[in-house]
Design a protein around this ligand. Structure first.
Ligand SMILES: [Mg+2]
Length: 439
């Protein structure tokens, strides 16, 4: 190794040894290997260790022993041959396999163009993993590291990739994702991913499982009429604002007490509480924007401890809904505008925002955000968003941000409950075999 005062050590021209240990894991292997190496006064350049189903793989990159121009007194006498024999002897005594490879210098530096590729599978098959890996290679990317983020409620795996441009990788992998029924998110690597961010969510069919206008319609006995307007909007005969006015008009004369009933009907999407609670613990700010109504979103904001909320407001006169909405309409452009406003109030650059939504009126904010996540969305929304989640668990969005299930559960165990606890008035669904209480 060569050093100059104040400079970091450089191993560029130094003979180094890669020592790889593999076998049944048990306490003391790491300490044992390094105690064995310590007798040769080598320096540690790099270490990687992982344990998969009780099998340990431990790799240590160390300087080779032996005479070196600037080696310390303890170094210089032992030979590489002695080190090899001693390490192999120790490994054999532990029932482990050892491999020692001579070389020079540190690891090759990672290429530029670094991305995190998160894959969510339910299940994740060997076939889809093979195609994803091949696709990464085809874009010129190199997989530097792979690890599992979560095994529940989906299998989530992250590939750290270098050497490929993030947008190119995203396009290539989006194609594979749709072919293989997995969700793949590609985000650029860097400090930005760890920086404090803002998450803004749509409400109907995103944060909650319901469409709030349909809950009102059920109480007003006009579900069919509302469904017909919705169908006309989907056929393109009405735009969002026209369909909102037409549907709200059907609620005219409804007693305002229905608002409380609708609030009680609202079912949170599975994982919604976990997502919000974890984001808040990470220092994120969280907001909701809805083409629905403040009469419901205000309650959700209080209940979940959200930083921002905006929606349309149903006009109430003398205790009755008038069939009109007041104020600015929250539509596709409105949602994008609100995302920008929340970001500016939160002091978060747009590039560090995440937007989540399922509908065509979410596309503006999904595109404006640093990361737009289409959540169980229609194909047109899925194709236009940066990434899509097609499993019905909102907390899987955490994996796209690089948060592991272990981290989520560890935070829950420490009881840091500054955010509303589970079991509040708004119920969170427990579909798809998800154990109740797992929020
Ligand atoms: Mg929606």
């Amino acid at each position: 190794m060569t050093t100059s005062p104040g400079a970091p050590p450089s191993y560029a021209d130094t003979p180094t040894l890669l020592v790889k240990i593999f076998g049944k894991d048990r306490p003391g292997i790491t300490a044992g290997l390094f105690e064995t190496l310590a007798a040769f006064a080598v320096e540690v350049v790099d270490i990687e260790q992982l344990v998969t189903r009780g099998r340990i793989t431990l790799c240590a990159l160390v300087t080779a022993p032996g005479p070196a121009e600037d080696s310390g007194a303890a170094q210089g006498t032992a030979s590489e041959g002695e080190l090899r024999a001693t390490v192999h002897g120790w490994a054999e005594s532990m029932g482990l396999e050892a491999e020692i490879i001579s070389g020079r210098g540190d690891n090759e530096p990672r290429g530029t163009g670094r991305s995190h590729v998160t894959v969510l599978g339910q299940p994740l098959t060997a076939g889809s993993t093979a195609t994803i890996a091949a696709s990464i290679t085809a874009t010129g990317g190199n997989i530097d590291r792979i690890f599992r983020l979560a095994k529940y409620p989906v299998t989530a795996v992250e590939f750290d990739v270098s050497g490929a441009e993030t947008p190119m990788l995203r396009t290539a992998l989006a194609l594979e994702a749709s072919k293989h029924g997995v969700d793949i998110a590609v985000v650029a690597s860097g400090l930005q991913r760890r920086a404090q961010r803002l998450v803004v969510m749509d409400v109907d069919s995103t944060l909650i499982q319901d469409e709030v206008i349909e809950l009102f319609a059920a109480h007003a006995g006009c579900e069919d009429e509302v469904a017909e307007v919705t169908a006309r909007a989907m056929r393109g005969e009405l735009d969002f604002e026209q369909s909102l006015h037409a549907r709200v008009a059907l609620l005219e004369g409804l007693d305002v007490s229905v608002v409380d009933k609708v609030r009680k009907d609202v079912r949170l999407t599975p994982g919604a509480r976990t997502l919000v609670r974890t984001l808040k613990r990470l220092g994120y700010q969280v907001g909701i924007v809805s083409g629905g109504f403040t009469q419901v979103t205000d309650a959700l904001q209080d209940e979940l401890g959200l930083d921002f909320a905006a929606a349309n407001t149903l006009e109430v006169v003398e205790g009755k809904l008038t069939g009109r909405v007041t104020g600015d309409i929250v539509d596709r452009e409105g949602k994008a505008r609100l995302l920008r406003r929340f970001a500016s109030e939160a002091g978060v650059p747009l590039a560090q925002t995440v937007a989540i939504g399922d509908g065509a009126n979410d596309l503006g904010m999904l595109n404006a955000a640093g990361l737009g996540v289409a959540f169980n969305a229609k194909p047109v929304v899925r194709e236009a968003a940066h990434t899509a989640v097609n499993v019905p668990f909102l907390d899987t969005v955490l994996y796209l941000l690089g948060v592991t299930r272990e981290e989520v559960e560890a935070a829950d165990c420490t009881g840091e409950d500054e955010v509303a606890e589970d079991g509040g008035p708004v119920r969170e669904g427990a579909e798809a075999g998800r154990p109740s209480g797992e929020g």
